[in-house]
Design a protein around this ligand. Structure first.
Ligand code: AMP
Length: 580
């Protein structure tokens, strides 16, 4: 983006945020006037387009409610049963947090919005870090998945794959990114990753940012590098690609740029061959200005480890979006991950919010249903309040619950800024108690603090409810790593038992009551071998999840996924006493 272009985009952000209320009304008006005649909306609006009628009659839905319509279109019926604009393709959501991938319609308008969105979220980044597009290249880890063709002949792909397939992206790729297209589309993600790291290292003097869509993928890259740096250095030294890279596209791409470079290989070898990898990203890519990847929400758990590897380089979460809708951008890219707020863009969808009460607030006697709750408009949300996000889009989603809970942290002009709180549906429950992603994360944060002074980092965790014996209990899988290469075997079992107790003490009131009444048994932590969570990621990727959009489930629901972790357990610890 040229300097005057990004300044123009910053002005556009001012305009959008200042007129948020009016733009929201226009967005809804346009969606309704175009789509009121569709089979779906006709049933509720009878051809009318008034906002009040929409709010009164159109139900709040989940994917399951719209799925029959989407399936009909995928099977060959015309898209106007759901939306007036023709469907050009489908986005496949990653599906790791909620189970099966979901298909959402893509139209020409969606594609236009995506293009505008990229410019909107990049402008604040350019404002703070300078014009990275002019300064050098991005070392971004990107992974496409094969497209699926629906019976009607429409293509379905993850959002990231659709971006990588876009002709504009392919045109700018060689100039702005270190990864050739063949490495992004390599059917074997490990070969693709090896090659992307190789290309990133070969061009290390040009790299001005390092990143991926989500923090977990950047960490996956660093861990892969830990296991492969000697081989990568050998390839750079000799100018020959390792034999196990059999993908022809990758081999061709490599043959175009690789030549023996022993000096570069020695430099990289010296950097990697040190005991501590603290700051390794900064050392390997000395001109990098920041690490770009989403570090909020479920990705928060990776920030400590990522900060260790990038020592001092800012972590930038530039946007909040999902396959179903584009939502917000981060206007303060230098802000710490724990404080990041996303300013909502009123032109991207019509947004409504279901107030969410604190599950453990004893003053709330009766929970309200969504049907009884009045949804709040974008400009009427209240500071400090949590909300579940509901979107109405130009692509056939009407009052659709995204499944994310957000907290209003403030306003930029008249547009609200939200912090991401949690996925709504990730809940552990043995009896009547409900433990959310946030409850779990708080308890884990308290417990893992006991490991820090001993030189260990909790790198990954997930959970599930074990009901194989009565009463049931919460199980946490922890992958732990020594900061200076010290081994988990040296970890004192007493500390792990203390971590279990700390977890229980830090869980919510209802949990503790149930625990004291022996309705729930003691928390268990199962320590798993190094690489177990990589194996989990590999499993989900093998089942069709895009590596670029992978989000580790906070709670394991699949038997097979559970087996992967259980078969790698190296220690089991239980809380020895009741929580206070
Ligand atoms: P997908 O289904 O792959 O499109 O993933 C979309 C989901 O990823 C959202 O509904 C959120 O739960 C999560 N997500 C996306 N962006 C962010 C963000 N900036 N912070 C936290 N979570 C995010």
């Amino acid at each position: 983006m040229a300097t005057n272009e990004y300044e123009g985009v910053l002005k556009k952000i001012e305009e959008l945020t200042t007129n948020a209320g009016q733009i929201q009304d226009e967005v809804l008006g346009e969606i309704l006037s175009r789509n009121a005649g569709t089979e779906y909306l006709r049933g509720f609006l009878h051809g009318q387009t008034e906002k009040q009628l929409f709010k009164k009659n159109v139900p709040i839905v989940t994917y399951e409610d719209l799925k029959p319509y989407i399936d009909r279109i995928a099977n060959g019926e015309t898209s106007d049963i759901l939306l007036a604009e023709p469907i050009t393709a489908f986005f496949l959501s990653s599906g790791t947090s909620g189970g099966q991938p979901k298909m959402t319609p893509v139209t020409a308008q969606v594609t236009k919005n995506c293009e505008l969105f990229r410019r909107l979220y990049e402008s604040p980044v350019i404002k703070h870090f300078g014009d990275i597009n002019q300064a050098g290249k991005r070392m971004e880890l990107m992974f496409a998945r094969p497209e699926i063709e629906t019976p009607s002949g429409l293509k379905a792909a993850s959002v990231s794959t659709s971006i990588y397939n876009d002709s504009n992206f392919r045109t700018i790729l060689p100039k702005l990114y270190t990864s050739p297209i063949e490495t992004i589309f390599c059917p074997d993600p490990n070969q693709g990753l090896y090659c992307q790291l190789l290309f990133g290292l070969i061009q290390r003097d040009e790299v001005v940012t390092v990143g991926s869509l989500f923090a977990s993928t950047v960490l996956r890259g660093v861990k892969f590098l830990e296991n492969h740096w000697q081989e990568l250095c050998y390839d750079i030294k000799t100018g020959r690609l390792s034999d196990w890279i059999t993908d022809l596209g990758c081999r061709n791409a490599a043959s175009l740029v690789m030549k023996p470079n022993p000096e570069q290989a020695d430099l990289i070898e010296n950097i990697c061959n040190c005991k501590s990898w603290e700051g390794i990203i900064r050392k390997l890519w000395p001109k990098a200005r920041y690490i770009g990847c989403v570090c909020t929400g479920v990705m928060r758990q990776y920030t400590a480890e990522l900060e260790f590897y990038c020592r001092g380089l800012p972590l930038v979460s530039a946007f909040y979006a999902c396959s179903e809708a584009i939502c917000g951008i981060n206007l303060e890219p230098l802000c710490k991950s724990c404080d990041v707020s996303y300013t909502f863009l009123p032109n991207m969808a019509y947004f409504e919010f279901i107030p969410v009460e604190n599950e453990h607030d004893e003053s709330i006697e009766m929970k309200r249903n969504d049907e009884d709750t009045e949804l709040v408009d974008l400009v009427n949300v209240k500071a400090g309040q949590c909300y579940e996000l509901v979107v109405t889009t130009c692509a056939g989603l009407y009052r659709y619950k995204v499944g994310d809970v957000l907290m209003l942290s403030g306003f930029y002009n008249n547009a609200p800024q939200f912090q991401f709180v949690e996925r709504k549906n990730v809940i552990l429950s043995v009896d009547q108690e409900k433990t959310s992603e946030t409850d779990l994360s708080k308890a884990v944060t308290e417990a893992k603090a006991l490991l820090d002074p001993l030189g260990f980092i909790l790198t990954e965790y997930t959970s599930y409810v074990d009901t194989s014996s009565a009463p049931g209990h919460y199980v946490l899988f922890w992958e732990i790593k020594g900061k200076e290469g010290n081994h988990c075997k040296e970890l004192d079992p007493k500390i792990m038992v203390e971590c279990c107790s700390k977890m229980e003490e830090s869980l919510h009131y209802t949990y503790k009551i149930y625990r004291k009444r022996n309705i729930i048994a003691a928390v268990e932590i199962r320590v798993v071998k190094q690489g177990s969570f990589e194996a989990l990621m590999d499993y989900f990727v093998s089942k069709g999840t895009s590596l670029s959009q992978y989000k580790k489930p906070s709670c394991i629901k699949s038997e097979e996924a559970l087996k992967i972790l259980d078969s790698r357990v190296i220690g089991k610890y239980f809380s020895p006493k009741l929580p206070l």
